[in-house]
Design a protein around this ligand. Structure first.
Ligand code: SF4
Length: 257
């Protein structure tokens, strides 16, 4: 029996560009650490800290302590960043503004059942392959809603997330829930996108995952998987394959337009 593990985030990479996903899966390249990632990780760390305390049910979480967790995270991890797209002080300010909004608008209405909980669940066995989905939920609330924290530079188009978002399918299926909420924090403003997922939508998601398997089975022998140029991801700014001077990067260099 062959076991294949799909991480939820890797499915997104594969759908964006199979060749980039192949090279990342084989660890031929890796994503650079960016200040965007740092911003998201600092806010995640602070919310995780607050969630665990609230789950314990004994101590009060103050806003000052919450902001301190974020500030300390940034100070401890700033040196790991390869690409600074914003200056350090702006990252500190945005993290603080996002956390103030989260603390005032979202934290009071939530009661965590689990925080940063990892799952690993089989999607069944077909033709000798056991396909396993793996991921980590930011927050599962006692209400049954799964929450995920996003810290992009601007809010999302809600209809796109409701129609296309992969993560909401993956997590509602894995935890057998019906509701996934994206809490999007940008420049201190909160956007909540409520995404219900029906049994039919989850069933379709399982088929999407199985559709990746024939390609995945070629990974040890393939020289390449299909390239997808169409989208923001295919540029020297974002694609680690391009940055390693492979694929389009080998021909167009690091300053193509
Ligand atoms: S350069 Fe473009 S086509 Fe090539 S791996 Fe990167 S995203 Fe894919």
């Amino acid at each position: 029996m062959k076991e294949i593990i799909l991480r939820q985030s890797w499915i997104n990479n594969f759908l964006r560009c199979p060749e980039q996903a192949r090279q990342e899966r084989l660890e031929l390249v890796s994503q650079k650490q960016t200040s965007d990632l740092l911003r998201g990780n600092a806010v995640h760390a602070a919310i995780e800290w607050a969630g665990l305390i609230k789950q314990g049910g004994e101590e009060e979480v103050t806003l000052e302590e919450l902001l301190d967790v974020s500030d300390n995270f940034l100070a401890d991890n700033g040196h790991t960043i390869d690409v600074w797209r914003h200056n350090y002080e702006d990252i500190v300010d945005v993290c603080r503004a996002n956390l103030v909004a989260w603390y005032e608008e979202i934290f009071p209405i939530l009661h965590p059942q689990a925080v940063e909980e990892t799952f690993k669940k089989s999607m069944g066995i077909r033709h000798g392959v056991n396909l396993i989905l793996q991921g980590t939920a930011d927050w599962i609330d006692e209400s049954g809603v799964i929450w995920d924290w996003k810290n992009p530079s601007r809010h999302y188009a809600a209809w796109e997330k409701k129609r296309w978002d992969i993560q909401s399918h993956a997590y509602t299926w894995a935890y057998d829930k019906e509701q996934f909420n994206l809490c999007v924090m940008a420049d201190g403003k909160i956007q909540v996108i409520e995404i219900p997922r029906s049994p039919e939508q989850k069933k379709a998601f399982i088929e999407l995952c199985w559709s990746i398997v024939p390609t995945l089975l070629t990974i040890d022998d393939a020289v390449t998987w299909p390239q997808n140029w169409e989208g923001w991801h295919c540029s020297p700014l974002w694609c680690p394959v391009w940055q390693a001077n492979k694929c389009r990067g080998a021909i167009l260099g690091d300053n193509p337009w």
